[in-house]
Design a binder for this molecule. Structure first.
Ligand code: ZN
Length: 283
């Protein structure tokens, strides 16, 4: 309680207007990381990031996309994880990683695109392999990722979702740091159908909306982050039975005409851990 009050007092002194401002505007406006000890604070969808590290835009087996977004920041544990995963990718027949959004320089909510990615432990990886040459800045802005779905969206298009995509997702899921991977239901269905042998890794691969152009990898709270809040373990089992089926169930018909729901209130600084107010203003 004292820490929360102290943080609010601190905030009121430093940022009089900030308490009411949507946190996505505050965190979205900061261009550099907080010069504090590296740590992820809070939960994947309500938190922030101190001492973020930049994933270099080019590596031996990765390239960062959409550079104008300035979202290639992460907990050093995530940067290290991606560098190691990229190094292993060629052994899975994947030339290298095209890396999409990670986190903003100080994490926090984003103005566009994601509910999570707030604490520097999430990264989007394109389901398009890295080309052999270095992409230009413009190409990284403009090249579109390719959807893996067939036109009916119920299944993958086998010409697009091949062994290569299967192998890079499996390789990623098998890394011990990985807590969850999010993919479209049709991709989860394809993984379920195409897996022979060990199925343990499938429990980490969770169906989610979208995620047909990229997969989203989330690593566990690292040791450097005592105030990072871990998620529950995913349910055991491969998730290929009733759970996958539930993603194909018809939507329930509304019983009475429904009023459009008001949008949920914006996240403000008071919804985030108190430490995040300090992370925001640290110089
Ligand atoms: Zn994502």
């Amino acid at each position: 309680m004292f820490r929360r009050l102290a943080a609010l007092f601190f905030l009121a002194a430093v940022l009089p207007a900030a308490a009411e401002t949507p946190a996505k505007q505050l965190f979205g406006a900061v261009k550099d990381p907080a010069p504090l000890a590296s740590r992820s604070i809070g939960t994947y969808a309500r938190g922030c990031l101190a001492g973020a590290q930049l994933l270099p835009i080019n590596g031996p087996a990765w390239q960062v996309m959409r550079l104008s977004r300035n979202r290639n920041w992460g907990n050093p544990a995530l940067v290290n994880f991606l560098e190691h995963l990229a190094a292993k990718a060629p052994s899975a027949g994947w030339n290298g990683l095209l890396v999409g959004d990670m986190s903003q320089p100080r994490g926090g909510p984003m103005a566009t695109g994601h509910a999570s990615h707030q604490i520097g432990l999430d990264a989007d990886i394109w389901l398009t392999p890295m080309p052999k040459r270095e992409l230009t800045y413009d190409e990284r802005e403009r090249v579109s990722a390719v959807s893996m779905l067939a036109p009916d969206t119920l299944s993958v298009d086998p010409k697009k979702f091949t062994n290569r995509q299967f192998n890079i997702i499996r390789l990623t899921a098998k890394q011990p740091e990985v807590e969850r991977i999010f993919v479209n239901r049709a991709i989860k269905k394809a993984l379920c159908e195409q897996t022979s042998g060990d199925r343990g890794w499938l429990s980490k691969v969770r169906p989610w909306w979208g995620h047909d152009y990229h997969f989203h990898v989330r690593i566990a709270c690292p040791r450097n982050s005592p105030t990072c809040k871990p998620q529950k373990e995913p349910p055991s089992g491969d998730g290929c039975g009733a759970e996958l089926q539930s993603w194909y169930a018809p939507l329930p018909k509304p019983t009475k005409p429904s009023k459009p729901k008001p949008p949920p209130p914006e996240i403000t600084l008071k919804d985030l851990p108190p430490e995040c107010s300090q992370v925001l203003v640290a110089k």
